[in-house]
Design a protein around this ligand. Structure first.
Ligand code: AMP
Ligand code: MG
Length: 406
């Protein structure tokens, strides 16, 4: 890959994914601490869920053949959730509550709204169909069935599901360690007084948020001065303790851009011009055993590049199940995009809105590569192919932020 030719964003993604070596080291982690972790192997159920037939209603467990409308039957037992009932005596019914086990012999539950109780006996206004209001053992999960596939990331639903099959500990992959550093003598931290020529280090705050949302363990090395020596030192330190080293800024080929030279000295580097707007320069390489990724310094360029290219790479690196492609849906543009870019695919900041009962995409008016307002306002990106203009009313590709990150 030469530095001069522009690489399509699809080709860049394919290349990055081909280089993503999934983690393999596993550890056993208690469910309460396993949020966001990635399952190392598939999880199978050691039991049926629910473990026994149980009542879906408060009512009466009956033998359906014995129930005749308005005929009295004696109530021989009371079964609450958590009880272990004996068999249902013939010619009788059992008072039963939601979640309680169905006694042997009963084949239906009649809900209490259809029952008229009088002391120890009850009559029903309706007959019963076999199986009604009974949740069957194994209805949710059958014993030995696959509960979760290998590579699943454990969100709240997955943790609840693992708990329902009784697993206290899960074998998960260790977290991916990502070091972040921010280049630029112009950078100051929020809370500091801004002196002439300085700007605040905004990239630090969205980048850490994105990495943490993906479940990475972040090592934050802060701001690195624009000098070759300082950059080399910081990169070597970061690589020694991390799986992936991510930098922001300094990857162009200006005199103050030291990342490229520093990585070339410490490891190896490809510098790509990617045919996307915003975004363009992206560096990828190796330092010792760590992968190196250099994001562009412009906040929106860095953010968009991260969502489209780096998030999928990180997911694969974490050992998560592969995603075939970006989450794209087609929606109606509520805007014109009259300026076509001859070479680059543009990813513009949009958000969904409802107009006359139809979902449309609105465009943020300022699309500059440094305008972070656009990211905070938008809920996704619209993809505009190279050499294409958009007319309001046209169907275009929409990539929601939440799905790009999920
Ligand atoms: P660079 O890639 O270093 O040439 O930076 C491109 C632009 O992004 C410049 O205007 C920088 O000031 C800006 N920039 C670089 N790093 C950051 C950062 N961490 N936070 C906010 N802006 C940044
Ligand atoms: Mg810079």
């Amino acid at each position: 890959m030469t530095a001069s030719a522009m690489l399509s964003v699809e080709a860049a993604l394919e290349f990055l994914l081909s280089r993503a070596r999934p983690l393999t080291e596993t550890e056993s982690v208690h469910l309460l601490n396993a949020g966001q972790r990635v399952l190392a192997g598939e999880l199978r159920a050691r039991l049926d869920v629910p473990p026994a037939n149980n009542s879906a209603m408060d009512g009466y467990a009956v033998r359906s053949a014995e129930v005749h409308a308005d005929a009295w039957l004696p109530v021989s037992q009371r079964i609450a959730a958590g009880d272990a009932p004996g068999p249902l005596a013939e010619g009788t019914v059992a008072r039963i509550f939601t979640g309680a086990p169905i006694p042997a012999g009963a084949d239906a539950v009649i809900m209490q709204e259809q029952a008229h109780a009088d002391g120890e006996r009850v009559r029903f206004s309706a007959v019963a169909k076999t199986g009604q209001n009974i949740r069957l053992a194994g209805e949710d999960i059958a014993r030995d069935g696959v509960v979760l596939p290998a590579g699943a990331q454990l969100g709240p639903a997955q943790l609840g599901l693992a708990a329902s099959v009784g697993e206290a500990y899960l074998d998960v992959l260790r977290p991916l360690r990502v070091a972040v550093l921010f280049t630029g003598d112009e950078l100051a931290e929020p809370g500091e007084t801004l002196t002439a020529g300085k700007i605040y280090n905004s990239n630090r705050y969205w980048l850490r948020g994105l990495l943490e949302a993906l479940g990475c363990q972040v090592r934050d090395l802060g701001i690195i001065p624009d000098s070759l020596a300082a950059t080399r030192l910081a990169l070597a330190d970061a690589a020694a303790t991390s799986d992936v080293v991510l930098t922001c800024g300094g990857v162009s080929v200006g005199e103050e851009d030291h990342v490229k030279h520093a990585v070339e000295r410490e490891g190896q580097l490809d510098l790509w011009k990617i045919a996307i707007k915003p975004g363009k320069p992206l560096a990828f390489g190796r330092i010792a055993h760590a992968d190196f990724i250099g994001l562009p310094g412009n906040p929106v360029s860095g953010y968009v590049t991260f969502l489209l290219l780096i998030a999928p790479f990180i997911r694969a690196r974490q050992g998560r199940a592969a995603r075939a492609s970006w989450p794209v849906s087609r929606l109606t543009a509520a805007f014109d995009w009259p300026r076509k870019d001859p070479q680059r695919t543009e990813f513009v900041r949009v958000r969904k809105a409802s107009r006359d009962g139809q979902t449309v995409l609105e465009l943020f008016p300022k699309q500059g590569a440094g305008v972070l307002t656009s990211m905070a306002w938008a809920d996704g990106l619209a993809r505009i192919p190279a050499n294409h203009i958009v007319k309001a009313g046209e169907q275009i590709d929409y990539l929601p932020f939440d799905e790009l990150l999920s």
